[in-house]
Design a protein around this ligand. Sequence first.
Ligand SMILES: Nc1nc2c(ncn2[C@@H]2O[C@H](COP(=O)(O)OP(=O)(O)OP(=O)(O)O)[C@@H](O)[C@H]2O)c(=O)[nH]1
Ligand SMILES: [Mg+2]
Length: 634
Amino acid sequence: MKSVIVGTAGHIDHGKSALVRALTGIDPDRLEEEKRRGITIDLGFANLDLQSPDGEPIRIGLVDVPGHERFVRNMLAGVGGIDLVLLVVAADESVKPQTREHFEICRLLAVQRGITVLTKADLVDAETLQVVGMEVAEFLQGSFLDPATSPIIPVSSKTGAGLDQLQRELARLAAQVPAKDSSAVFRLPIDRVFTMKGFGTVVTGTLISGTVHKEQEVEVHPTGKRLRVRGVQVHGHSAEEAIAGQRTALNLAGVETTELARGMMLTPPEMFHPVVRLGVQLDLLPSARPLRQYARVHLHVFAAETIARVTLLGAKQLLHGESGFARLKLDRPIVLFPGDRFILRQYSPVITIGGGRVLDAGDPPIRIARDQSLPFLQTIANASPREALLARINRRRIFGLTLAEAVAETGWLPARVQQLAAELKQAGEIAIFGNVLITSRWLERIRQDILSLARHFHDANPLLAGINKEELRAAKWGYPELFDGVVAALLREKKLEADGELLRLPGRGVVLRDEEAESKSQIEQAFAKAGLQVPALKDVLASLPVDKVRAQKILTLLLRDRVLIKLSDDLVFHRDALEAMRRQIVAQKTKTPKLNVGNFKDLFGVTRKYAIPLLEYLDRERVTRRVGDERVIL
Ligand SMILES: Nc1nc2c(ncn2[C@@H]2O[C@H](COP(=O)(O)OP(=O)(O)OP(=O)(O)O)[C@@H](O)[C@H]2O)c(=O)[nH]1
Ligand SMILES: [Mg+2]
């Protein structure tokens, strides 16, 4: 059955609660104090079944709000999720301050439909009724309640006059309310918390989107606690599930009432987090004083409220009746999605001064330049979902935006984000690596950055084969799958080559200039020719056609490749010479299994200065083993 939420609005004592009672038979004033004082203090609820003009059943959930100026914050907690408003004006009093304030609030919240009800029609004569009707009509002109499209209906809750017509109009308008997307993300702003005998903790709220069902796990924000839904009630009856647009009560397991409060929000677990920074579009009421830079205000959204500080973007102050972009810093974190409407009230004295629309509730972990705030908000303010997603991806620059982050920022279901991302990819606007979305422009930047880092590395290290992949990854790239994906693509395109853990540009790696190559072979030959009678290293290096630094690097290269082997600081041998020595020692074993320094010197014709390090080398290589003053050949 279609469900539509209808809220009352209007000045104190104008007959809102009496009207709800007359329509539904339910007294929305449930508190003892309300009954005693004859005023509404907090929200009241009732429901009513109607039939649309073409016979479709419609369930109306009524939210009755207090009119007293001191309880506007309670009114705001109830008006958040309504589809349709009954603006109540007493025929004997006409338009009063909270008639205006409630009406402005409905406008700022972009309530689309409503009926104006002239209550207490029995208390005035026909002429007065007509005059008040004209006054009210003038007041509403040009608004969503313009009498040309929305009826003004005189009723008496006392005599019942006009109630039939009101019900007909209500059914007609309710039938026009577009069905809500029950497959969207589930969000329930909590407006009441209480204990019910035999059940435990119960919360209620207007289910603003999605579906919640029995036994589901939910997360409560901002505390982040996970809870199980033990039972669901819709408009006072047990149900398997509740869907968007229904007054919903949930019996929650594993939580005390003290851990929950009005203003908290239930969502599916692990998808969203509350934020304290918002990018918004603000509308200041014609009656408001100028809103100054960094002003503190009260922010109301759904059932939540917090103090917030306003940073106006592109203006020093906002004048009455003006609109502008701003960033808000909230005192308390709230889960919000782009498109959510909020109300602002002056810090003191507390009066409604304006409202607006959340554009950006994403708190990117990366630093976004201050001057990018305004253009970004301007872009997404009127963008299609696809363009808005593109702008969000673009905002993350080379870091990219993950699917999960996109879901958290937009409040869209993962499937929707995936669908839009696929379209953007198809159009060549973005690339997708694993779960990371990145714009083509920033992707190109990463590719160029990686290639130019590799180029710089080669230039600075001509004698190294390549740059270590992990070192490159640590440089600055955000998500690993992004870096890995880009590197894989560059490898496929042969713009990079891999050598184990090393990456290099094709044709780069170790490159020697002519004189370097010549120096390298000079060193090699000098030592190869010398056998074990090696020259002093510094003499060889000094004789080369390259400077000392390059000579040292070439030596490092030869040592790294084990063409030369260093036995002490100034003692370097060619590997062939050492290998020849090793073979000769092994051959010697058949003649004498032992060897002393003297024997060694004779055998190879070297001085003691060379003999000692060479023997120690042989010990290390396990060709010989030292026993006292002698070596045993192994
Ligand atoms: N004669 C007459 N009295 C009415 C009518 N509607 C309401 N009243 C009376 O007006 C008084 C205020 O009515 P409520 O329904 O409590 O007014 P309200 O707008 O809910 O007031 P708050 O919730 O405090 O803002 C009560 O004494 C009602 O009995 C009506 O149509 N005719
Ligand atoms: Mg009331």
